[in-house]
Structure formats: C-alpha cells, structure tokens
Ligand binder design. Structure first.
Ligand SMILES: [Zn+2]
Length: 63
C-alpha cells in the first residue's frame, strides 16, 4: 500500500474548481498542480506568489 498523505485542493487557493491531488510529498504534487493549472486555468507558469499560495494550501492528512 502506498501512503499519500499530502493533499492539495484547488478550492483551497480560492479557485472555483473541484480539482484535488494527492502525493507522497509536497514536491511530488507541484508538477501535477502545475500541469492542472496549465490545462484547466490557462496558467502557463506558476510564479513565486502562486507557488507560496499552493505550498501553503498543501495539507498533510491521515488518510
Ligand atoms: Zn483547478
């Protein structure tokens, strides 16, 4: 069983969006979030501000 305790929800950074992603580390989530931002929100590049926002919204869960 692979435990993926880190979770990010797009809604947590104020997006009207149902996207969520899980991973084993915050580093693993970033490329997935970047890819989603690109395809779903037309954000080609995650700048420092957005990166901080995203990192702040990544939560560690028990499940
Ligand atoms: Zn989204």
């Amino acid at each position: 069983m692979i435990i993926m305790p880190y979770k990010f929800k797009c809604a947590d950074i104020g997006m009207n969006c149902g996207f969520s992603v899980k991973g084993t580390s915050p580093e693993e989530l970033m490329p997935k979030i970047a890819e989603h931002a690109k395809t779903a929100h037309k954000i080609d590049e995650i700048n420092e501000d957005l990166k901080k926002k995203v990192q702040g919204a990544i939560k560690k869960t028990m499940f």
